[in-house]
Design a protein. Structure first.
Length: 278
């Protein structure tokens, strides 16, 4: 299995690097040919599903796959269509059965397989980031507590308030950002009624705090300013780890709960329609 996954990772990496101007595999013509061909082939398959399977509903599709919901009694029709497609294209399909899906869009979703395994994609990813999987080392690990809480809410029915109260790893609450060029980070605080500013590093780690400051991205050339976190939320710089009692970090739980419930409220109307047995 590990060997198969290794070949798969290598193939995916080759395709991804073909679209990177910094890679020796850079070949935009190959990228477009692969992408468009994949889209057309998948579209052909989806068309046959929709035309021939009563009550079929397409949940999502992209370059290399599609997810369909349909009544179980039409499984033989579905299998026949897939087999015919494989004969025509000389390609082999892989299949996965879900008991539930929680979909934001084609690149961001939680898929709960009938086997019990769970697949988290896009901004719902957390396990591979937490475990420092090689393919995820360059990905953003910001605010992992949000994606972890969503996973436990949808898969294990754990309320976000309970999950947060029982998971106090400060790194899960941190976000990472950086600036380039004419931009810099500035920490802005009021101390005894006086505004105090401090320049920060170009690469920054912070969390939302009840006693922190505002961190601003400022353009050195023209003075433009952008808040790292809009609104009244305060940030605490955390580039250097400091171990102390949890209460001393002064983490603002309300910010993280707000972010979690924003995702839940956006997903729930859809999941009420999509959650079903396949």
């Amino acid at each position: 299995m590990a060997i198969i996954e290794g070949f798969k990772e290598a193939a995916n990496a080759s395709y991804g690097n073909s679209n990177s101007i910094h890679s020796w595999l850079y070949d935009p013509k190959y990228t477009m040919e692969t992408t468009i061909n994949g889209q057309l082939l998948i579209t052909m398959l989806v068309e046959q599903w929709i035309l021939n399977i009563p009550e079929a509903q397409l949940l999502q599709t992209n370059t290399d796959g599609a997810t369909l919901r349909f009544p179980k009694e039409y499984l033989p029709v579905y299998e026949e269509i897939c087999k015919a497609w494989e004969i025509t294209t000389k390609l082999t399909l892989e299949f996965a059965d879900y008991q539930a899906m929680y979909i934001w869009d084609v690149n961001n979703y939680i898929g709960h397989y009938t086997s019990g395994k769970v697949k988290c994609k896009g901004r719902f990813e957390w396990e591979d980031l937490q475990n420092h999987k090689v393919s995820h080392l360059s990905k953003n690990k910001s605010h992992l507590i949000v994606s972890k809480a969503l996973f436990n809410y949808f898969i294990h029915d754990i309320p976000p308030e309970k999950y947060i109260s029982e998971n106090r790893n400060i790194y899960d609450y941190c976000a990472g950002i950086r600036v380039k060029g004419d931009w810099k980070f500035v920490q802005s605080c009021y101390v005894k009624g006086k505004l105090v500013e401090k320049d920060l590093q170009a690469t920054l780690r912070y969390y939302i705090s009840t006693t922190g400051c505002k961190i601003i991205k400022r353009n050195i050339s023209d003075g433009r300013e952008i808040q790292v976190e809009a609104g009244t939320w305060l940030q605490q710089e955390f580039n250097i780890y400091e171990e102390k009692p949890w209460e001393s970090y002064n983490v603002d739980d309300s910010y993280y709960l707000n972010e979690i419930y924003k995702e839940i409220n956006n997903l729930v109307p859809v999941t009420n329609q999509l959650k079903m047995e396949f």
